[in-house]
Design a protein around this ligand. Structure first.
Ligand SMILES: *[C@@H]1O[C@H](CO)[C@@H](O)[C@H](O)[C@H]1NC(C)=O
Ligand SMILES: *[C@@H]1O[C@H](CO)[C@@H](O)[C@H](O)[C@H]1NC(C)=O
Ligand SMILES: *[C@@H]1O[C@H](CO)[C@@H](O)[C@H](O)[C@H]1NC(C)=O
Length: 327
């Protein structure tokens, strides 16, 4: 989430000259009245959606004609839901919090991590733990090989929290100036986070970075195992939010005000930053079909769905994109 949705005009530094033109344009499949913040996809292919301005977890069937958002659960004592991730088959972790109207940060003590289990006949909701020191709980990720650890990006503390879901214990796992906004709230530091191959990949919004940090897990504790690396610097005014990796190891990064940037690592063994190889929408934010994109996930359940990207936006859009059009 970006607390401030400021609109600038700028471009990514490294853009390939030839960007493909899609034959199937992105399609807004739903316009919600609440802003949309984060997305998960169930094995059934139904979408699970959180909103920064609602305590309700919603579901949406992307295959329905004229579908609507259906409430799954309303979290008590919350104004806001942020990150959501599937941490066991059919079981999702969701962050809830209470936002202060005066400081636009989350009230200390209001951040909880919940489990929503769809394996039962009706979704079973229980608390996994709390993050009492968090004021900006945002993106969330699992850690492959460590089923009891969930990592949460804190956009205002400028750090990564770890929550042990077996004990409910929370601790600061990684804190680094590179994860901070470098400016007071509502400027947003670390935002989206995802683990791949022993690295925690992240975006920072205010400083417009896509980066990573190696980490290790010792005695159940996550800590950095190297310096934080910048992989791509987006241009002035571009504010990256959540992202997703595809099976070709490209990162699809949602970028405010209005772009989905596709970033690719340099060729095997070569050094240097990641390159932007495609874009949906544009850096100026003038595409009415992609307004303040917040997160992206691939569909599930068929070969076509595996290549279909669902993007949420702060303007309440669910945008369906055929990712194979951008190869
Ligand atoms: C969907 O909505 C449109 C516009 O309101 C309507 O014309 C169409 O019949 C609806 N389709 C279904 C399957 O309900
Ligand atoms: C809601 O928050 C208030 C104030 O922090 C607290 O006293 C109360 O116990 C909470 N209620 C629930 C159901 O968590
Ligand atoms: C893990 O971290 C906690 C809290 O930061 C600390 O008390 C504990 O000793 C650590 N465990 C190990 C094995 O380092």
């Amino acid at each position: 989430m970006l607390w401030s949705l400021l609109v600038f005009g700028a471009a990514l530094i490294t853009v390939n000259a030839k960007l493909p033109t899609p034959r199937t344009p992105p399609q807004v499949i739903f316009q919600s009245s609440v802003s949309l913040e984060n997305i998960a996809v169930r094995a059934s292919s139904d979408l699970l959606l959180t909103s920064f301005t609602s305590p309700i977890l919603f579901t949406f069937n992307p295959k329905s004609t004229n579908g609507t958002l259906a409430p799954v659960h309303t979290f008590s004592n919350a104004t806001t839901l942020t990150g959501i991730t599937e941490y066991r088959p059919g079981v999702f972790a969701v962050l809830s919090s209470g936002l202060s109207a005066t400081t636009s940060t989350m009230n200390l003590g209001s951040v909880f991590l919940w489990s929503v289990d769809f394996n039962a006949r009706a979704p079973a909701v229980s608390v996994l733990g709390a993050l009492p020191g968090s004021s900006g709980a945002n993106g969330i990720t699992t850690v492959p090989g460590h089923p009891n650890i969930l990592l949460v990006a804190d956009s205002f503390v400028g750090a990564i929290w770890q929550l042990d879901i077996a004990t409910g214990a929370a601790r600061l796992a990684i804190q680094d100036p590179a994860l901070s906004a470098g400016a007071p709230p509502p400027a947003v530091g670390v935002n989206g986070i995802h683990v791949r191959d022993g690295y925690l990949y992240f975006t920072t919004s205010q400083t417009a970075v896509f980066g990573r940090v190696a980490f290790h897990v010792e005695g159940g504790n996550v800590s950095a195992a190297g310096a934080v690396q910048t992989l791509a610097s987006l241009g002035d005014g571009q504010q990256p939010d959540d992202f997703v990796f595809d099976c070709e190891r490209r990162a699809w990064v949602t970028v405010h005000p209005g772009e989905l940037a596709v970033l690719e690592a340099p060729g095997h063994g070569s050094a240097g930053g990641w390159t932007q190889v495609a874009a949906v929408g544009n850096a100026a934010g003038s595409d009415a079909d992609l307004v303040a994109p917040t997160s992206a996930k691939f569909g599930r359940g068929s070969e076509v769905e595996d290549k279909t990207l669902y993007v949420t936006t702060g303007a309440g859009q669910i945008v369906k994109i055929d990712s194979s059009e951008y190869n």
